[in-house]
Write a new protein. Structure first.
Length: 178
């Protein structure tokens, strides 16, 4: 009996979905799979001793979620808060386990499909964002979109320490004096 020729399956879709948003006039994007939700900016509670790039925390259905000011993290001038400002809530994998963090952005735009062929490597010079914080640069409709690497953006030592605190079980309240 003759062997049947091997049929290679069609290649998987070479595109991925990204949530696009603005910081100032620049268009950024993050992979949609990391996004849990998008919420309107209604202020944050500042906490003493936080890294400069952490605006504070929000109460998200009973959980304290740190909010990263993305403009500060990317060493850019902070934008003015407007009615379009919002917090993108992300779930990020880490060695200690997944943690939730919000990122403050000027405005959310849209979800786009960006094909692998339309993504260029991050330039090592001339970019307004450090290359290690980028997955690459996507080309969409004649415009460039800076694709952020969420793992690296939230990987700063101070931010990682926040994640460890968030993942730790809550401490027991002190015993009442007798």
């Amino acid at each position: 009996m003759a062997a049947l020729p091997l049929v290679t399956p069609p290649p998987p879709s070479a595109s991925a979905q990204y949530l696009t948003f603005l910081l100032g006039a620049d268009l950024f994007a993050i992979g949609i799979l990391a996004v849990k939700e998008i919420i309107e900016y209604n202020g944050v509670t500042a906490l003493p001793g936080m890294p400069a790039c952490i605006s504070g925390v929000i109460n998200l259905r009973g959980a304290a979620v740190p909010v990263l000011d993305l403009a500060r993290r990317l060493e850019r001038a902070a934008g003015a808060l407007t009615k379009r400002s919002c917090i993108i809530v992300l779930e990020v994998a880490a060695e200690e386990g997944a943690f939730v963090i919000g990122i403050l952005v000027d405005a959310v735009q849209a979800v786009l499909d960006i094909g692998a062929a339309d993504i260029e490597p991050a330039p090592s010079f001339g970019a307004q964002v450090r290359a290690e914080l980028l997955q690459g640069i996507g080309k969409v409709g004649g415009r460039f979109v800076l694709l952020l690497d969420v793992q690296h953006v939230v990987a700063g030592s101070e931010i990682a320490a926040l994640a460890a605190v968030q993942a730790a079980p809550p401490a027991a309240p002190p015993a009442a004096p007798l």
